[in-house]
Write a protein that binds this ligand. Structure first.
Ligand code: GNR
Ligand code: NI
Length: 173
């Protein structure tokens, strides 16, 4: 296992539509392992491969509460097959946009189909925080960030803060 560096917005790699994973092999399992370790270390509840500069359709999540058993999941080539009419608003954050939280409204429940780390098709309904998280992660695979749901003014304020943060970090490294 290895920690990977999480890209900070703005970065052209976070705006790309990622390519499907074309076969589940050892290298994909190693990548999923590294992503789970990087996500837990951050700490976060989800991570998409483009956030570590890998432009492939792979996400990991663990939205278990602190008092629950960990539930790490890796989803390869995830596709939303159904969304509820009911909506849910959640204060979202993103590891690629540190310390910025804004309300985003999304379908409250979604069905998602994907391949697991054995290359087996899976399909499951997600609700609550899991539903928010899986939609946030699939957006990353399509080059979309949660700030894209905000007004232009809010988005540009957050982007300016991130440019400043990246300059400060570059100065100490
Ligand atoms: O750690 C994360 N928390 C979070 C909170 C609310 C909605 C979405 C998320 S995902 C985020 C990790 C991340 O950036 N995944 O891409
Ligand atoms: Ni994110």
């Amino acid at each position: 296992m290895a920690l990977r560096t999480i890209l900070i917005h703005p970065d052209p790699r976070l705006k790309k539509v990622c390519a499907p994973v074309d076969g589940v092999d050892r290298s994909v399992r190693k990548l999923a392992d590294d992503m789970l370790e990087t996500m837990h270390d951050a700490p976060g509840i989800g991570l998409a491969a483009p956030q570590i500069g890998i432009l492939q359709r792979l996400i990991v999540m663990d939205c278990a509460k602190k008092d629950e058993e960990p539930q790490p999941m890796a989803l390869i080539n995830p596709e939303v097959t159904w969304v509820s009419e009911e909506l849910n608003t959640y204060s979202e954050g993103c590891l690629s946009i540190p310390e910025q939280y804004e309300d985003v409204t999304r379908p409250a429940e979604v069905r998602v189909r994907w391949l697991d780390l054995d290359g087996k098709p899976q399909e499951q309904k997600f609700d609550g925080l899991w539903a928010t998280c899986v939609q946030h992660e699939i957006d990353h695979l399509n080059g979309k960030l949660f700030i894209d749901y905000l007004s232009r003014i809010k988005r540009s304020m957050i982007t300016k803060k991130m440019v400043k943060l990246k300059k400060e970090r570059a100065a100490v490294l």
